[in-house]
Design a protein around this ligand. Structure first.
Ligand code: OSB
Ligand code: MG
Length: 367
């Protein structure tokens, strides 16, 4: 498949509800939609999941945009690419820029599965059509969180993640656990703690949480390993993990017993599949995270989450939790706590061009 054209649509979509974690608040999701087209007119869509600021990862909206134009597209422009593996090979000179690479790589998976006339989830080896999913709730007062947890549990979500930071942790979790004794409950600190908080974090053991996500700094494997020895609760790494090599370090040191996998953060689906295989062979729990994706990125989340061994309900809520209007024609909808993986060939979504136009700030074309 000869790669002929790359279009980049700068998108700005208001979130239904603004979201805060320990590092930032997001009200409007600004991202780039990437459309890759072959010389025979087949197209695939991807999105860059980086934020406008480097508060979550080093990559940003603009670093992705720059990298796509100046490094990534020139490496693949006009090339005949037979498989995602070949595409990844063409990108192999590039250090970092995982989210930029992933936007193009996922778009290529869309083309590849269309070409092979197989739905993406089957293409990557999935046999499941339904995925149990969870919700990630932003920082809030205990009172509001109690109400929100009740709402999402009522809707059918089977796992809830609560953002925490120093001063908004133990007491909130105690209250939620008291009201929801059997809920799959977990917390995510986005790196807000240090080893000085080890005793406080160990007190979370009392609330039998599924895991504590990213308690310490985003590059700190060593202290996470020390902390994991002091906790009964599993540590899950998110920000630390950019590659299979990072997962190997976490495993070798004992920095975590679970991995939040985001295809954007690790450079795409091909890399994500390698990480899943490694985690499963090494008894590390691996599950699918989220980045407030549109219906485009969420389709890739769902394909990965439908793989056997990825059963832990991930941060993949239904479209309407994020968007009043999505940019795909069949926005993901929850049925009894599950989302259905699309049967359609290709990545399993149809772009709603009118909605894209409505939320598009500018469009660029590279040939
Ligand atoms: O830490 O997992 C995180 C969203 C953006 C950036 C980082 C994270 C998150 C979430 C929400 O927790 C996941 C989602 O619902 O898409
Ligand atoms: Mg996280």
């Amino acid at each position: 498949m000869k790669l002929k054209e790359l279009e980049v649509y700068r998108m700005s979509m208001p979130l239904v509800e603004s979201f805060s974690n320990s590092q930032m608040t997001v009200k409007t999701r600004v991202f780039d939609l990437v459309k890759l087209t072959t010389s025979t007119g087949m197209s695939g869509w991807g999105e860059t999941v980086a934020f406008e600021t480097p508060w979550y990862t080093t990559e940003t909206l603009e670093s992705c945009r720059y990298s796509i134009e100046h490094y990534l597209w020139p490496l693949i422009r006009g090339k005949d690419v037979a498989s995602p593996k070949e595409l990844v090979q063409l990108f192999s000179r590039v250090k970092g820029h995982q989210m930029a690479q992933a936007a193009i790589e996922t778009a290529f998976w869309g083309i590849y599965s269309q070409d092979k006339k197989v739905p993406l989830n089957r293409m990557i080896g999935s046999v499941n059509d339904e995925v149990a999913v969870g919700v990630s709730l932003g920082l809030d007062t205990a009172e509001n969180l109690l109400r929100k947890v009740a709402e999402v549990v009522d809707k059918g979500y089977t796992r809830v993640k609560i953002k925490i930071k120093p001063g908004q942790d133990i007491e909130t979790i105690r209250l939620i656990r008291e009201k929801f004794p059997d809920l799959k409950l977990m917390v995510d600190a986005n790196g807000a703690y240090s080893m000085a908080d080890a005793e406080l974090l160990a007190r979370l053991d009392d609330y039998h949480l599924e895991m504590i996500e990213q308690p310490l700094g985003d590059d700190d494997f060593i202290n996470h390993a020390t902390l994991q020895k002091q906790l009964q609760t599993k540590i899950c790494l998110d920000e630390n993990i950019h590659s299979l090599e990072d997962v190997k370090v976490a495993f070798a040191l004992g920095s975590a017993r679970a991995i939040n996998l985001k295809w954007g953060r690790v450079g795409g689906i091909t890399k994500a599949l390698e990480i899943i295989a490694y985690c499963q062979a090494h008894n590390l729990e691996v599950w699918c995270g989220g980045m407030f994706e549109s219906g485009v990125g969420r389709a890739y989340n769902l394909a990965l989450a439908s793989l056997s061994g990825m059963e832990f309900p991930g941060d993949i809520s239904e479209s309407s939790r994020y968007w009043r209007e999505d940019i795909v024609k069949q926005p993901q909808k929850l049925h009894q706590g599950k989302l259905t993986v699309s049967e359609g060939v290709g990545a399993g979504f149809e772009i709603d061009s009118q909605a894209v136009q409505k939320y598009c700030l500018k469009k660029e074309r590279f040939i």
